[in-house]
Design a protein around this ligand. Sequence first.
Ligand SMILES: [Zn+2]
Length: 306
Amino acid sequence: MGAGRFAPSPSGDLHLGNLRTAILAWLFARSSERAFLMRVEDLDRARAGSEELQLADLAAIGLSWDGDVVRQSERSGHYAGALDELRDREMLYECFCTRRDIAEAASAPHAAPGTYPGTCRNLTGTERAAKRELRPAALRLRTEVGSFAVADQLHGTYTGAVDDFVVLRNDGVPAYNLAVVVDDGLQGIDQVVRGDDLLSSAPRQAYLAQLLGYGIPGYAHVPLALNSHGKRLAKRDGAVTLAQLAVLGIDADGARSMILASLGLPTASLDAALDAFEPTSLPTDPWVFTTDPNALGTGKTIGWPS
Ligand SMILES: [Zn+2]
């Protein structure tokens, strides 16, 4: 049996867009007879108490998961093991570049913004020793491809750039791309459902998964929730967290109903939605919120998709 997962970063309250992604991950996993795992991505920007609130909100809208919650902060040995393996295969190198160095370096004419131009790929031992005196090194993967293709249930075959991306940051924290791949690989996750802002990182992750001998998961990058200005939904956009909605008299069941309605699914319960769930008929457009306070009391539900 394979597994799907939801992997929140405990940096604040989940909003309706996050909860919608969580429900979708659950629907994809359960409708394909997979386990559904919960992983807290707390290597960076973790805020005290946030994990407890997020898990309580996920439970409040009716989600359940298999096994114990896994925390990235408790898995440093796994990341170190993967780095050791890549180092033994001479697939890592030290990079001393600042963000500004990378932005200012001339890169290939068609390279995506932020693509690493390979500045430190072939430094000599003497050059590296000199640079170590000035700045701690990040570790980058010495990639052997320029691009990689993944299969996505909503986007079809997606081919994206794979540059020499960072696997260990220069503050010693494993990079997101490394931690996600190691966790998914070791947890047996073969289905990754998450927001489509992460689609462009899937080729890098799939390439790394293959290098480390893990299976490449199937992907479903689902549309994000946007505010009325077309920007990614944020807490400042009005009543978008369960706590904010409660003030308006909308409880967790009501919030779940709003989310399921936005997906064109029955709103009575998660189980009813699961019975009707069909990945290929999901809306592919973003979920846009009208959060105009003037809509309050007009009979229109605030936060309802426009
Ligand atoms: Zn560099």
